[in-house]
Design a protein around this ligand. Structure first.
Ligand SMILES: C[S@@+](CC[C@H](N)C(=O)[O-])C[C@H]1O[C@@H](n2cnc3c(N)ncnc32)[C@H](O)[C@@H]1O
Length: 235
């Protein structure tokens, strides 16, 4: 029996944002490492492990059985939150998926906003689309965290129902300034992406290029401003 699950830095970041004591729905659970680790650590009492596919859900069952947690985790084969009753859960984690998929899962479950559930979202891509969607659909990003695994940086956000102050183009790309120690590296990553996109644009000479260039330059200026603020906090 496995009485401790060592989470990767990315999943540890997600775990740290889960409110203590909440019955958690982990959407796209795959191995169910997140809910199993949190129950073993005593942070949450129980969880629902949900996945769209049989294979990942079978892996989830194995993890839970080997951790001696049978009965503490319920399993659901479903798309997003479609197989979960709102009364069964007090927090929702959606980690390791694209930002657009995360937004579409939340769009199909408006009760997450109506019940003001804490949502812990960990997008792997399309982060600016997700931040924009959240702002336009009655959600507010309470905080963002960063984690590093190998050479890769990841973000996770704690989201609640509420009105979010308008986000600048740079904030849509990189999130709002936080005191996270990895923030400088994160801003450098997005500055690098902006520079590469600007270089690509210079070479391609596509139609609409001038407008895109203007947008990218606005993002770049915002990122540089955030970097300056972040460096000032470090002193
Ligand atoms: C890369 S894994 C992430 C596993 C884990 N959450 C993590 O962050 O390490 C993505 C999982 O999401 C599941 N998935 C993708 N789309 C889904 C959806 N619409 N509803 C539920 N699960 C979904 C996939 O089957 C897969 O098991």
């Amino acid at each position: 029996m496995n009485r401790k699950i060592e989470l990767s830095p990315r999943l540890r970041m997600v775990a740290d944002l889960v409110p203590a004591g909440a019955r958690l729905a982990d959407v796209g659970t795959d191995h169910a490492y997140l809910p199993a680790a949190l129950i073993l650590e005593g942070k949450i009492p129980s969880a629902i492990a949900a996945d769209l596919r049989q294979g990942p859900l079978a892996r989830a069952r194995t993890t839970v059985r080997e951790a001696g947690l049978t009965g503490r985790v319920a399993f659901r084969l479903c798309d997003g939150l479609k197989g979960i009753d709102p009364r069964e859960t007090e927090a929702v984690a959606i980690a390791g998926m694209g930002g657009e998929t995360i937004a579409s899962i939340l769009a199909a479950a408006p009760w997450t906003r109506e019940r003001d559930l804490p949502l812990i979202l960990q997008p792997m891509s399309s982060m600016s689309d997700l931040r924009q969607w959240l702002g336009e659909n009655g959600f507010c990003i309470v905080t963002e965290r960063l984690a590093c695994e190998g050479d890769t940086l990841y973000t996770a956000m704690l989201v609640r129902a509420g009105q979010m102050a308008p986000q600048t183009p740079a904030e849509l790309w990189a999130g709002r300034n936080t005191a996270d120690p990895l923030r400088g590296d994160w801003l450098d990553l997005w500055l690098g992406k902006t520079d590469r996109a600007l270089d690509g644009l210079a070479q391609a000479r596509q139609e609409g290029g001038a407008r895109r260039r203007q947008e990218l330059e606005q993002v770049r200026a915002g990122l540089l401003e955030m970097k300056k603020e972040w460096e000032a906090w470090q002193r």
